[in-house]
Design a protein around this ligand. Structure first.
Ligand SMILES: *Cc1c(COP(=O)(O)O)cnc(C)c1O
Length: 246
């Protein structure tokens, strides 16, 4: 089992390297984040022991369940799922360093309140729905700049960039358009020169489309299946608005 995870990581590092070569980028510009939803702590540990340092959950419940078991393996936790406002305290308690899925002002305001109270700051990425699919979370592309401007006024939140889930399609060029759209929005936001806003991170690309994302400028790719194998739970359970059980 450990061999498989290590082998898979090896394969992914090669894929990253080739995609970087193709687009004349340095591999040091692309961080590999492991999406660990449904994966038991013991298996995540194998990946951490193999040298990975960045992991992310989609649900606070899973973050909580695995926290103790992973505490002593050095790593950084991001959060990539839909966050309900009543889970903000837990997000901070379990030491998430970056919320990649900030997609609405009311969540930002409630985070800010809590962060003020705890005298903390938090890195965030703004999640944009670039595929136009209703089942995906994220701010609409034409509303992204406005959301960034408003979130930028909340001084506990440090905007570091943007995140998206591309269209799940076998047609590479359609998927590529999602990533290009995210890059365009990034450029617009940079041009708007908003105080305190950094646009250095573009979190895009998963197991099936990481090469395309890297070619279009991804700085963080989020990979689950290609490391840990197929998950038993369909992704709609994590991505669909109609499912709010946490
Ligand atoms: C599950 C998930 C991933 C990883 O998807 P894979 O196809 O398993 O690599 C990336 N980002 C988000 C937001 C996810 O929920």
């Amino acid at each position: 089992m450990s061999e498989t995870i290590e082998d898979n990581l090896h394969i992914i590092r090669n894929r990253i390297q080739q995609a970087c070569q193709k687009s004349h980028r340095s591999t040091s510009e692309v961080k590999l984040l492991l999406a660990t939803k449904t994966i038991p702590a013991e298996r995540i540990k194998i990946a951490l022991q193999a040298g990975q340092t960045l992991i992310a959950e989609n649900k606070i419940q899973e973050l909580k369940e695995k926290y103790e078991a992973l505490k002593n393996s050095p790593h950084e936790n991001h959060f990539i799922g839909h966050l309900q406002t009543n889970k903000i305290k837990d997000l901070l308690k379990y030491e998430v360093t970056c919320l990649q899925s900030l997609d609405r002002l009311d969540l930002a305001e409630k985070l800010h309140q809590r962060l003020c109270f705890e005298n903390k700051k938090l890195d965030v990425l703004i999640q944009v729905n670039t595929s136009g699919e209703e089942s995906k979370f994220g701010v609409r592309p034409d509303e992204a700049l406005d959301l960034v401007q408003k979130v930028a006024r909340l001084e506990t939140l440090q905007i570091q960039g943007l995140m998206t889930i591309g269209l799940l399609s076998a047609e590479t060029e359609k998927v590529r358009r999602c990533f290009q759209l995210l890059k365009n929005i990034q450029q617009q936001i940079i041009a708007a020169n908003i105080p305190r806003v950094t646009m250095k991170e573009l979190s895009m690309g998963m197991s099936g489309d990481m090469e395309t994302a890297i070619e279009e400028g991804a700085t963080i790719i989020r990979v689950g299946t290609a490391v840990f194998g197929q998950r038993p739970t369909p992704d709609s359970y994590y991505w669909n608005e109609s499912v709010t059980v946490q």
